[in-house]
Design a protein around this ligand. Sequence first.
Ligand SMILES: Nc1ncnc2c1ncn2[C@@H]1O[C@H](COP(=O)(O)OP(=O)(O)OP(=O)(O)O)[C@@H](O)[C@H]1O
Ligand SMILES: [Mg+2]
Length: 402
Amino acid sequence: MTLRGIVICPEGDLAARFDEALAEFRGVQIVRELHRYPDHLELMRMIRSCIPHVLFVSIETLPKALEILTTVRAEAPGIQVAALSRTLEPSALLEAMRAGIRECLAPPFDRKELGEAFARMASAVEQTPVLLDVTDHVYAFLPSKQGVGTSTVAMNVAIALGRQKKGEVLLLDMDLSSGIIGFMLKLSNSHCVVDAAENAHSLDESIWSQIICQKGGIDIVHSGRLNPDFRIEAQQIRQILDFARRNYKFICVDISGNLEKYSIEVMHEAKNIFMVVTTEIPSLHLAREKLAFLQRLDLADRVRVILNRYHRKSLVTPSQVEGLLGVPIAFTFQNDYQGVHAALQDGRAVDPGSELGRQFRSMADSILGVLPGAEPQQARKRVVEFFSILPPRVQATGTERP
Ligand SMILES: Nc1ncnc2c1ncn2[C@@H]1O[C@H](COP(=O)(O)OP(=O)(O)OP(=O)(O)O)[C@@H](O)[C@H]1O
Ligand SMILES: [Mg+2]
């Protein structure tokens, strides 16, 4: 096997000598080299984006090296940590060994000794695979019909999630034919999902930081200029989502309703598909068609219906919607033209204090599994069975029924 390694070594001379010695070994590939000690966040981003087998860490500043070791043990068990040292100073060495570092490497980096150390590390890697915390919270937002408000819902729910999980939420606009999220949030970044697709095979945190925008406490990749002819390959979708799963806890993907191959790939990757409908007959008709289509792909059981732009005077009632679709409504969002319009004008989410804002928050809470209020569980039991994606008591709260 080839050992993928990251070198963390502030001492330039030591790093250079180690690199030189490594040049003779084909079985070790250094995927990243850092000439300073990273903080916790940077270390984890680096680990998630290149999943190394080994970290070669200088122990010249021992407390820093031990911090790295503690992080790896807690958050990425399975990754080997080897010490680099100029002098193999006995007391530092002893402390490193006590902390659990099994390999210590020092100049002149004897070829035979290095080879043996790498062989031991390779066999340790084979015995204990690297375990990383990868999220399964991927949610696709699918319009039943154009203009039902899917992007509005996706964006507002993502931002509501971000209010509680700062820095852990990603919103991907994968609607290449009419992506609107960049416009909605007044994003100015010139990079977009097309760049993510083109770099999908080699995404790392430095490329990613250029692709994303940050707004409202979340990271966003917008869809760029209209690009209906651009096709993202299924493999690129998987690579982008793999990267995102390692770097975020919650991933919301806005897709078009055209059911392109890449949108279907996103739905295959998703834990839930939130299909947005309104009480308009054409939307309901197309929702039925889409449900039948998703059924044929074995995706129907992950669909959750969102009724958007609902108002009490609507001619079609929510229970008629459920009857027509044969599926319960999971969340209902009221029609609030003014609230949505004001948010659009300011390039932000809907006011979280408004009724619609609270409904978005309820849906976010249910995704998060937060249990607001003390509702009697018993009374909700049937709903629990009905709506569950996560703790269903909350899900029921998110459903505003007249
Ligand atoms: N709950 C709501 N209350 C009032 N207006 C809304 C609501 N949700 C969305 N809208 C409005 O509906 C229109 C369509 O919204 P949006 O672009 O989010 O829909 P979409 O389903 O993503 O459309 P597309 O099919 O073009 O992707 C916009 O003018 C938006 O402001
Ligand atoms: Mg849209």
